[in-house]
Structures are given as structure tokens and as C-alpha cells.
Design a protein around this ligand. Structure first.
Ligand SMILES: Nc1nc2c(ncn2[C@@H]2O[C@H](COP(=O)(O)OP(=O)(O)OP(=O)(O)O)[C@@H](O)[C@H]2O)c(=O)[nH]1
Ligand SMILES: [Mg+2]
Length: 640
């Protein structure tokens, strides 16, 4: 079987210092993970070791991540344990369950490692009675956890007794390991970055999802550096690509090694979103000595990194040991995360593992504590896929989202999101916005936006009751605050289609609404209409008429505006206002004239109508704008 088809099953060691983790990995593989001079001198593990176990005739390859047991190196241990398929908990038979046995085990549980075995090392140092005592202690210790019922294998790395039993137990775990769920969203949390002579910068880690190939460009998050993949190595062999679940080394010469470190992420350019906030389900370990207060500062371990963060407890004032709460983590530095990512939290001083949890939303808004809507939304995110997809659309309210965008938000495969979107569209929970890629808005967001449009129009007409129309641009600009253009288009289009609104030129009105004028204004309106109607082409200027009527400026102007918006009067130039009927008549005359003469000049039209040049010119320019006529030299012809 070629290396390309070998699936990696990543097994993390765990356990108290000196209990024999590294020795056992060496007994199984022949490889000493403690390569550093300092490690050899002090006889302890300091850095993570990555060691492959040959598994002839088996389509899976076990890769150990050997972690340090030292209490001061928990940070390294958590980074090494971030994305395991299984754990090998190492407990020395002569010492039994010790302090970091407990802490490492807590971390494995918080990170939801799915499977594993327990190795009772140093069996050569204890007799059979002691071995049975320790076995009983261990079985009690792991009861109720992912290791309940798992093999507990006595072994000596010195005599070799039990090593084959450990290998057999690990092979069984590897065989049973389910494939990793693939969101297709390429992510590799960096656990090492180094320079290789002749190649330049190399980044290594476990590929969490997706596939990476030579030649593509990748981005380092959250720092935003990009570079092209020159080479890929899996298990020291050169490859064209690597896939989910594999230990992968990527050669990206463009990247400056000094800018890279454990805790950063590699992904496709622009696909991931750095974040400083995440909503989560947070558990506090029952063994934690104190409750966790709101705004507590903690060390957040996510991926291979550690970031300081404050915890906003969203649904309670304090989190008691053994309980779980909905919380918003506010980070002091950005990282990338996706829903479903697990994390560990440790206290500031003393530095203790106190809890951990699961990310529910990696791009949340800032929530008010005890906000019922936000809490309900988070519970829905926890509940299931279609609900989670709907929740993203609901949260985005006025910003349409595409399937791909939601998939990245949720850390789900596009096909999964697409299916959920199909269901939601069929159920009328989403409204399609068109475009490529197709984006959708949540039905509630659309309804809210429509209501908001009506509210804005309502306010506008309450302030200027004589008016019938609101300039569309003004409505759009007020509606567009916090709403996407596509959503605004759709809301207005819907209101026009269902007959709630009407459009006149570049303005919108509410169907059936009449302008509100005072008794005197209504009277004036009748006079004004009659005057313009009777005046024909030689119409009075508005100001002239006002003076003639002895009307005060403001109320008169309001009447004129209401009549213009109602379509009774048309202001064709600053100084020229006509009755709509007169204008229609002028158009008729104009069309007849041009039909007969082929074209018309300003002077001809002036003489033909028997008006001053001012009126003739204003009319012709109006009809140019209206698309009735167009200019040809000094003449005008019909536009069609
Ligand atoms: N007698 C005996 N000694 C062992 C056995 N396994 C490990 N040791 C010894 O225990 C000491 C610690 O072993 P390591 O494998 O370095 O322990 P570790 O758990 O990796 O320690 P850290 O990585 O520092 O946490 C070494 O001196 C080993 O030789 C065993 O099965 N029997
Ligand atoms: Mg070690």
C-alpha cells in the first residue's frame, strides 16, 4: 500500500512526568522522541515529538504526538493534544494516578478526544498485587469517561513485556477510528515552523479539513501573510498533495520564518475570518477549587495557541464547578476558529486547567448579558444543522449570505449547508436575492426591512403631511444604514409588487394615501388648479400667482408641492409650471407639428403656440428630457 492511501490515526501520549511516555513510544517504534540536547540532559520531554509507527499490511498509520508531562509545560501538551484521533494515557504502575495524570486526562476530556487506551508502564517495578491495585484505581479513575472500558495494558519498556499487547490495542483503536468529518475548509493549526536548508520556511501540523496541493497559495492567519506552496511532505516523503487528518509539512519559501509560530493557522486566502470574540458552551471542571465570575480573565487554549481572554457569562452571574454556561469569550489577540472547535481554559494564577468547551459562533456580535434572543439563538446553534444554518441567516438580518459564506461560518461542508438552505427556502424561511453566487436573506430580516421602510415613509409624511412622495434615494439611504443594497432592493421591490407602495419617477409614495392640506390650502388648491387649467400655454409663474392670491409663502409652497406630487401640476423649469392637461396638449401639438414638418425649431414652436420664447424653450427641453424629442442641430425631431 503506498503512503498516499495510508490514513493517519493520530495518537497523543498523556500522563505525569517520568511515567514513561517517551520510553513507551520508543519501545513501540524504536524512535526516541527526546532529541533535544536539553531533553537528553534533563531526562524529560520539553518539546512535542512526532513519531510514526510502522503498521505493515494495515491501511492506517499510527502517528504519535509525544507530549511533555512537566507541570510547567501544559501549554505544550494542550497544543499537542488539540486534534487527536485517540489518546494513550500513560500511568506508571509504581506511582499510580498522579497530579498531571489528572490534569492531562481533564484536558483530553475537555478536548473531546474520542478514544484511547491506558498503558500501565513500569510493570517490571511492581508485583502482581500492586499491579491489580493500580488497575483498580485506574478503572475507577476513567469511569464515565471516553476511556471507560478501554484496554488497560500493563507494559514494561525496559523488558519489553506487554509492548505487543499495547501495539495490538492501538491497532484496534486505529481500526475503529471513524474518518474525520470534512468541512472542506482547509485548516492547519501550526505546531512547528522551521527553516530547511535549501528549501526555506516549512510549516507543520495536522490537516484538520480539506486538501492542500503544491502550487496553491495559502494564507497564515491571523497575520495575513500569504505564500505559494512549493512542496509538501507527509511522513518524510515528498507529495503533490495532502488531505484531512494527515500530519503534513508544507514548504512555503515566501514566508518569513520569524513571523511564524505555534498557534497560528494556515488556510486558503480570505476563506477564514480572524476573530477576537467567540460564543461558546463553557464547562467548569468539577475539581476546580473556585467558581468562575463574570469577566474573569483566563488563558484560552484553542488550536495550538494560547490567548488571554475575558469570559462574559451570558446566562448567569457565576459558573459553579461542574456546571456549564453559555459564554462570550473576548480575546486579547485575534485567532481563527470555527463552530465546533474545542478549547481549554486555564486560570491566570495559579495556572490550573479549570475548564473548556465548544465554540458555537466564531463571529458573534457583542451580546448584552441575559439577552433572551441571543441565548435562544445560541441554544439553536447547539441544537442542529438546519437550525444552525437558519440561525446564521437570522443573525445576519439585512446582509444576504451565500451558501459558501455560511459554510465557512459554521465550519460545515457546502453540500450540508446547501441542503439546509434548500429546506429553508422551501419552507419560506429564506428569501433568494438572485445574483451569482445566489445569496439569501432570512424571511424575518426581509419582513423587518420592509416594516422599517414603511416606518421611514410614515415618519417622513408625518413631518410633511402635505407631501405624497418621498425621494427614493432618501429612503434608500436611510434604509441602507446597516442593510445590504441587495436587501434594500428586494424590500422595496416587494412593497411595490404587493401594491403597498407606488413609484412616480424617482420618488415613492404609499398607495392610497392622500396629502393632508388645511381647509384654506384645499381652497387655494382649487383656485390654483383652475388658474393653471385656464391659463393654457401662457401659464403664470408660481410666485406671480401667489402674490395675486395674496397667499403666505409657506402654506402656498406646500400646496404647490402636493399638487406636483399628485401629478396635477408639472414644474418643467424653475420658472415654468403647467397644468398636466396643458402639458399633454402641448405634447400633442408638438407631435403633430413634427409629423407634418419633419422637425421643429424653438422659434417655430414659439410662433405655433403663440407663447414667449421662454415657454417654448422650457417645453422643448422638458420633452427632450421626457424622451419625446431629441435635438438635431438647432432643430428637434421625435425621439423614436
Ligand atoms: N523500569 C522501568 N523504567 C522505565 C519504564 N519506562 C520508562 N522508564 C524510565 O522512566 C524514566 C522516564 O521515562 P520517560 O519515558 O522519559 O518519561 P516521560 O513520561 O516521557 O517523561 P516526560 O516526557 O518528561 O513527562 C526514564 O528513566 C525511563 O528509563 C519502564 O517500563 N520500566
Ligand atoms: Mg517524555
Amino acid at each position: 500500500m503506498s503512503g498516499d492511501e495510508l490514513r493517519h490515526v493520530i495518537v497523543g501520549t498523556a500522563g505525569h512526568i517520568d511515567h514513561g511516555k517517551t520510553a513507551l513510544v520508543k519501545a513501540l517504534t524504536g524512535i526516541d522522541a527526546d532529541r533535544l540536547e536539553e531533553e537528553k540532559r534533563r531526562g524529560i520531554t520539553i518539546e512535542l515529538g512526532f513519531i510514526f509507527m510502522e503498521t505493515p499490511g494495515f491501511d492506517r498509520q499510527i502517528v504519535f504526538i509525544d507530549v511533555p508531562g512537566h507541570e510547567k509545560l501544559i501549554r505544550t501538551m494542550v497544543a499537542g493534544s488539540a486534534n487527536l484521533d485517540a489518546a494513550m494515557l500513560v500511568i506508571a504502575a509504581d506511582e499510580g494516578v498522579s497530579e498531571q495524570t489528572r490534569e492531562h486526562f481533564d484536558i483530553l476530556r475537555l478536548l473531546q478526544v474520542p478514544a484511547g487506551i491506558v498503558a500501565l508502564t513500569k510493570r517490571d517495578l511492581v508485583d502482581a498485587d500492586m499491579l491489580e491495585l493500580v488497575r483498580a484505581e485506574v478503572e475507577k479513575f476513567v469511569a464515565g469517561s471516553f476511556l471507560e472500558g478501554a484496554p488497560v495494558v500493563p507494559v514494561s519498556s525496559i523488558t519489553g513485556e506487554g509492548v505487543e499487547e499495547v501495539r495490538a490495542a492501538l491497532t484496534e483503536v486505529a481500526r475503529a477510528a471513524p474518518p474525520r468529518a470534512d468541512s472542506g475548509i482547509l485548516r492547519l493549526p501550526i505546531d512547528r515552523a522551521f527553516t530547511m536548508h535549501g528549501f526555506g520556511t516549512v510549516i507543520a501540523g495536522t490537516l484538520l479539513a480539506g486538501e492542500v496541493a503544491v502550487g496553491e497559495t495559502l494564507e497564515v492567519y491571523p497575520i495575513g501573510l500569504t505564500g505559494k506552496v512549493r512542496g509538501i511532505e507527509v511522513h518524510n516523503e515528498t507529495r503533490e498533495h495532502s488531505t484531512i487528518g494527515r500530519r503534513t509539512a508544507i514548504n512555503i519559501p515566501d514566508l518569513d520564518k520569524d513571523a511564524l509560530h505555534r498557534g497560528q493557522w494556515v488556510g486558503r486566502p480570505g476563506e477564514l475570518q480572524p476573530t477576537r470574540r467567540m460564543d461558546a458552551r463553557l464547562y467548569l471542571l468539577a475539581s476546580t477549587p473556585e467558581e468562575l465570575g463574570n469577566r474573569a480573565r483566563v488563558r484560552l487554549h484553542i488550536g495550538t495557541g494560547e490567548i488571554l481572554a475575558h469570559v462574559a457569562l451570558l446566562d448567569r452571574d457565576e459558573l459553579l464547578p461542574g456546571d456549564a454556561a453559555l459564554a462570550q469569550l473576548v480575546l486579547e489577540a485575534p485567532t481563527v476558529a470555527l463552530p465546533g472547535d474545542r478549547f481549554v481554559v486555564r486560570s491566570m494564577t495559579p495556572v490550573l486547567t479549570i475548564g473548556g468547551g465548544t465554540v458555537l459562533d466564531a463571529q458573534p456580535e457583542r451580546h448584552r448579558r441575559f439577552d433572551e434572543d441571543a441565548l435562544e439563538a445560541l441554544e439553536q446553534l447547539e441544537a442542529g444543522q438546519t437550525e444552525a444554518v437558519e440561525q446564521v441567516f437570522a443573525q445576519e438580518r439585512f446582509t444576504p449570505q451565500s451558501v459558501a459564506e455560511v459554510a465557512v461560518r459554521l465550519g460545515e461542508a457546502e453540500e450540508t449547508v446547501e441542503q439546509a438552505v434548500g429546506e429553508l427556502l422551501a419552507a419560506g424561511r429564506l428569501a433568494p436575492m438572485g445574483g451569482t453566487p445566489e445569496r439569501c436573506l432570512h424571511a424575518n430580516g426581509l419582513a423587518e426591512l420592509k416594516q422599517r421602510a414603511l416606518d421611514i415613509l410614515g415618519e417622513f409624511f408625518a413631518a410633511q403631511p402635505w407631501r405624497l412622495l418621498m425621494p427614493e434615494a432618501e429612503l434608500r439611504s436611510r434604509l441602507g444604514k446597516g442593510a445590504h443594497r441587495q436587501a434594500v432592493d428586494r424590500a422595496i421591490a416587494d412593497l411595490l409588487t404587493d401594491g403597498t407602495l407606488l413609484r412616480r419617477g424617482a420618488a415613492l409614495g404609499i398607495a392610497g394615501r392622500e396629502s393632508e392640506l388645511s381647509e384654506r390650502q384645499q381652497q387655494a388648491a382649487r383656485i390654483i388648479e383652475q388658474t393653471y387649467h385656464d391659463a393654457g400655454f401662457d401659464a403664470p409663474r408660481e410666485e406671480e400667482l401667489r402674490e395675486r392670491m395674496g397667499a403666505p409663502e409657506e402654506p402656498f409652497a406646500q400646496v404647490i408641492v402636493s399638487m406636483i406630487e399628485a401629478g396635477t401640476l408639472v414644474r418643467i423649469a424653475d420658472n415654468v409650471t403647467y397644468h398636466a392637461d396643458t402639458l399633454a396638449r402641448a405634447e400633442e401639438v408638438l407631435r403633430e407639428y413634427i409629423a407634418k414638418h419633419g422637425s421643429v425649431a424653438v422659434a417655430d414652436f414659439r410662433d405655433h403656440l403663440g407663447v414667449s420664447r421662454k415657454f417654448a424653450l422650457a417645453l422643448l427641453e422638458h420633452f427632450d428630457r421626457a424622451g419625446v424629442t431629441r435635438r438635431r442641430g438647432d432643430e428637434r425631431v421625435l425621439a423614436e
